[in-house]
Design a protein around this ligand. Sequence first.
Ligand code: KG4
Ligand code: ZN
Length: 329
Amino acid sequence: MSFESSCDETSVAIIEDGHKILSNIVATQIKSHQRFGGVVPEVASRHHIEEITICVDDAMREANVTYDDIDAIAVTYGPGLVGALLIGVTAAKTIAWAHDIPLIPVNHIAGHILAGRYVEKIEYPALALVVSGGHTELVLMPEEGEFKIIGETRDDAAGEAYDKVGRVLGINYPAGPKVDEMASKGKDTFDFPRAMEKDDNFDFSFSGLKSAFLNTTHHADQIKEKLNKDDLATSFQDAVVDVLVYKTKRALAKYPVHQLILAGGVAANHGLRSALDKAINDVPNTQLVKVPLKLCGDNAAMIGAAGYVLAKKNIFAGVNLNADPSLDF
Ligand code: KG4
Ligand code: ZN
């Protein structure tokens, strides 16, 4: 059994052997946060409290299991919103204690990456490009259970940039999927910057791109010029994807790996998926593992997959496990 409650989805899953999903219940709170244009931590915590036991019941019913069938309980304990994390951690600890079931502490990012286990057996060393609303990271995994961040965003996460430019285009939070759809219809006509592309590192920066986008739309508003929204979306997406792909290829050149895993909410992006499909052809002996669209966003099945790997390494927690909002690897 696994729990995920780090942001705005309450989720409980039952998985078997670390790669078979018996149930994966996701209660999304998106509607409650939309009117505020983003996730409100207090609102998120309240929803998690309301939803978590319902998710447990639904997950167990759908998987047709009782507590006697549960070998271990995996839970996200960070990074994320502290109040939100605490609900999942408390629920998982309570069930673990009451039914004497081992508890596994899982890093949310490890969960996103190891959702790749539902597609392929992970062959190490592997590299992961993790792109979500809170993170944009290149994570090297020399061996199973080992994670080393070799590059990350210096400012905004890619998903955060999508959500911010989407707001300017009049799209509800989370804007990523809609911007992605618009981008498939437009042309790259605006010359948006590719920040840090030529720098000798694996880091990213998206705040300059966001500002360039906002300046362009603001200027057009002032002179009452109507810009083509699809072209804006395409130009923005091409800039994001170019940098992500460029830096990933650079990392693959330095660290030869068996697999590249594309994970996180923004991994659902069609432009990014097809650009990496093409890019991987130039990288010999490396297989691209794309987390399935259904498992890119936050969900508990990915936490179960990571929990399985940690349990094999004998990593367990006691009832003193606490939420760690800024957890690192
Ligand atoms: O991983 P996730 O569900 O939550 C975090 O851990 O942050 O990622 C959510 C983010 C949001 O910013 C959302 O706009 C973005 O993923 N997203 C996308 C797409 N689908 C979701 N961004 C670009 N294209 C998409 N198709
Ligand atoms: Zn996430």
